[in-house]
Design a protein around this ligand. Structure first.
Ligand code: PEP
Length: 249
């Protein structure tokens, strides 16, 4: 039995007031949804305190969008996983395609960040996915396998036991172009085959998920929920996506 999860990645958006109000609207709407669903919001670092005040004592879980590969020290501009834990974060997105492709973060750095998050007792939401060029050249599976292997080589076979994986094809993020349910299912099933003991691993799909396409994506047998960017900034859209998850995974 896998936990259905919907996580909102708010990226570089919002103000203290709008972050608080968005979180409050989601908390208010969650009471209408089934209990088995886990819902997470990931605001910017500087909005974590505001949002934590709203989510405390509610079913809405708090996550961050990234974390340093180090726990402390002379690393200007970084935010360490234990600091995020202090704010009540339980999840951290690691390896988002914008970190990998806009900021050039390598598999090695990404794996080290993953290790730092687990060492702090937090759950990584580990993003993998291919670019359009990689898909068109038929290397989707080898790219995803390489991204998974980077973590496994560092931390061993049990590294994904308490994690969440998000398959996010780079060409579908923020583009309005979604992978078809069949394309996404193929890669999700491949990921489940690559990870030891993956029957209980929640694998989320991310890439232009909207209320209108969430249901058909979440109906696929290996898609256990979504990592949502743009549509996570609108409480009604985000809650509609949450409502589209299947109760039985
Ligand atoms: C994301 O940023 O993880 C994402 C999936 O974005 P969007 O939903 O906007 O494509």
């Amino acid at each position: 039995m896998r936990t259905p999860i919907v996580a909102g990645n708010w990226k570089l958006n919002g103000t203290r007031a709008s972050a608080r109000s968005l979180a409050q609207s989601i908390v208010d709407g969650l009471s209408q949804l089934h209990d088995a669903l886990r819902v997470i919001v990931c605001p910017t670092f500087v909005h974590l305190g505001e949002v934590a005040e709203v989510t405390a004592g509610t079913p809405l879980a708090l996550g961050a969008q990234d974390a340093a590969d180090q726990q402390s020290g002379a690393f200007t501009g970084e935010v360490a996983a234990p600091m995020l834990a202090e704010y009540g974060c339980r999840y951290v997105i690691i390896g988002h395609s914008e970190r990998r492709h806009v900021y050039g973060e390598s598999d090695t750095l990404t794996a080290a960040k993953y290790a730092a998050v687990q060492a702090a007792g937090l759950t990584p939401i580990y993003c993998v996915g291919e670019t359009l060029e990689e898909r068109e050249s038929g290397t989707t599976q080898s790219v995803v396998a390489r991204q998974l292997r980077a973590v496994r080589d560092l931390l061993g076979d049990t590294c994904f036991a308490d994690a969440v994986i998000a398959y996010e094809p780079v060409w579908a993020i923020g583009t309005g172009r979604t992978a078809s349910p069949e394309q996404a299912q193929d890669v999700h099933s491949f990921i489940r085959g690559e990870v030891p003991d993956a029957q209980s691993l929640s694998i989320l799909y991310g890439g232009s998920v909207k209320p209108g396409n969430a249901g058909e994506l979440f109906a696929m047998p290996d898609i256990d929920g979504g990592l949502i960017g743009g549509a996570a900034l609108d409480a009604a859209d985000f809650l509609a996506i949450c409502a589209a998850t299947r109760m039985e995974q």
